[in-house]
Design a protein around this ligand. Sequence first.
Ligand code: C2E
Ligand code: MG
Ligand code: MG
Ligand code: MG
Length: 284
Amino acid sequence: EAKAKGRNTYHFYSQELDAAANERLFIESELRLAIKARQFVIYYQPQVDSRTQHVVGYEVLIRWFHPTEGMIPPNKFIPIAEATGLIVELGTWVLQEACEFAARLAVQGRENNISINLSARQFKDAKLVPLLASIIKKTRVPAKCLHLELTESMLMGNVEAAIAQLHQLKALGVSISIDDFGTGYSSLSYLKRFPVDILKVDHSFVKDIPDDPNDMEITAAIIAMAQKLKLNVVAEGVETIEQVEFLQNNNCFIVQGYYYSEPIAESELSSLFEKLNDRAGVYP
Ligand code: C2E
Ligand code: MG
Ligand code: MG
Ligand code: MG
């Protein structure tokens, strides 16, 4: 009996593993074609100043619309693109698209701060700095509009190399954000060693405000300490008015989340501006 049960369990796990491995292989092989087939689209999630309701910037979030599988979320394919090295080509495309978008916004007289997620491999790439320099030059987007999002784990490991790379990037004029802040292993005092500009408070701390007093304490502490270190703070994953108000009461005004808008296609921006009554320019 036990043996039969064991065998069934084995079959169960084996099938699960097969499914996961198959999915991985499928994504890996399809990824190679997807760039050429133009299956990727960039969505933009507005960052809103909660005091004025103006959109002050956007995070660039990639979407993969596969012809038979539908939308494949980035958490499913970015790690595979990273592992196979395809992220470098994909990431180059994202940088290019993001800068072109920023240039279009400037023509509209709109705020054009653009936050771009970098993967570990892209960040370590010796070609990143010259690549970004050439894209900035070609698209004529002011470098100060560009905010590169890194995670704490990308700065661990070879700390000296990370600091050197950050200084080179900052010499181009771009700024640096720490994404998902608080979920990694770094402390704020450790972070002082890195030339960073913006902290993004992770969604996991925001999501249970105002029900979880611990999360409220942590969020307030991150904001207060960031201010002492002269870093700007952006809150991620803000879904409710209670969260907006809590953040305002704790001096964090730039927020990103479903409360204002999900990530949307560029064509949906004008109706968002209308909804927010954001008249800082007309789009398109
Ligand atoms: P992230 O950079 O932390 O991005 C924030 C994620 O939170 C996005 O998921 C966004 O859609 C989601 N989000 C925004 N507001 C809310 C909210 O109010 N509630 C909830 N529950 N979620 C919210 P998404 O677009 O699925 O992206 C997931 C992750 O994939 C990103 O996390 C980022 O690490 C990565 N990623 C996305 N695009 C790129 C890219 O172009 N390059 C690289 N290297 N990574 C990317
Ligand atoms: Mg991000
Ligand atoms: Mg994040
Ligand atoms: Mg993340």
